[in-house]
Design a protein around this ligand. Structure first.
Ligand code: OGA
Ligand code: MN
Length: 287
């Protein structure tokens, strides 16, 4: 039995006593998966992982994605997406702002990501030694469950449009981004998914609409859709549904992209360095 320390939020739990550099045996891995489904965000502290070990552990969950932004992957590792403000020879080694807006990863794909496996290599600190660059996570299951019945009824059976372009082009601290290439656009057309989806492993209902990428609710006129989305975005990120993770070097954290949303907190800049690497697991078609 693994030792677990729950956060005070409806999601988030630390798992103690596991060394992921030795890929866990099948029984331990099953337990990790069960804890992941139960807590939606799980993490392990003090892990010392090579990129190969990070990839090997992540692959236990399934097939890894290669991000459409190839320029942001670790050299030699198309399955490791780099989130960092670090420059090498004046050039960014990854994407600086992966998620300034609430979102879930790859929600705009026909098969949105199942989960992301995020590893902290460098964490910025303030002058008092407190960590900066936290990540916030919201439980989309707790948020759905707490919706008024009338809103649940309005959403039932509806689709929402997910748009990579909406998320890509919106305002960012790092300034405008280069236009998407033809290939990137081809791989990321706007797509519809159920606005309330069922978690494929737990059967729980999750609100699948996020501020970052969801552009409209299909079948409603624009004003109605905008108003309802604004209400949902405000609801899902209410403090009672949120776990805020303070990073330490060596944290390996897994978030569920079906049952949670997340947002980066940008409260640091160079020379304070942040370097994180993300393996992203392929998911299944939402229902
Ligand atoms: C991501 C992401 C948040 C962060 O990598 O998908 O949203 O805090 N990162 O860097
Ligand atoms: Mn993200």
């Amino acid at each position: 039995m693994l030792t677990v320390r729950r956060s005070e939020a409806p999601l988030g739990a630390e798992i103690l006593g596991v060394d992921l550099s030795r890929n866990p045996d099948e029984a331990v891995f099953r337990e990790i998966v069960d804890l992941f489904h139960e807590h939606e965000v799980i993490f392990f502290r003090n892990q010392q992982l090579t990129p190969d070990q990070h990839v090997a552990f992540s692959k236990r969950f399934g097939e890894l994605e290669h991000h459409v932004r190839k320029d942001c992957c670790r050299p030699g590792y198309p399955e490791l997406f780099v989130v960092s403000n670090v420059l090498e020879n004046g050039r960014p080694i990854g994407t600086r702002d992966a998620g300034l807006f609430w979102h879930s990863d790859l929600c705009y794909m026909s098969e949105p990501s199942r989960c992301s496996v995020f590893y902290a290599r460098e964490v910025p600190h303030d002058d008092q030694g407190r960590p900066l660059g936290d990540t916030m996570f919201a439980s989309a299951t707790a948020a759905y469950a707490a919706l008024p019945d009338a809103t649940k009824l309005r959403l039932a059976g509806r689709n929402a449009v997910q748009s990579y372009a909406k998320g890509y082009y919106r305002d960012r601290q790092s300034g405008p981004r280069p236009p998407l290439t033809d290939e990137q656009q081809r791989r990321t057309p706007d797509i519809e998914h159920p606005v309330v989806r069922t978690h494929p492993a737990t059967g729980r209902k999750c609100l699948f609409a996020n501020e970052g990428y969801t552009s409209r609710i299909a079948g409603l006129d624009a004003a109605e859709s905008d108003a309802l989305l604004a209400q949902l975005f405000a609801h899902v990120t209410r403090p009672e549904f949120v776990y805020r993770h303070q990073w330490r070097v060596g944290d390996l954290l897994i978030w569920d992209n079906c049952s949670t949303q997340h947002r980066a907190v940008m409260d640091y800049e160079l020379p304070r360095r942040r370097l994180m690497e993300r393996a992203t697991l392929r998911g299944t078609v939402p229902f």
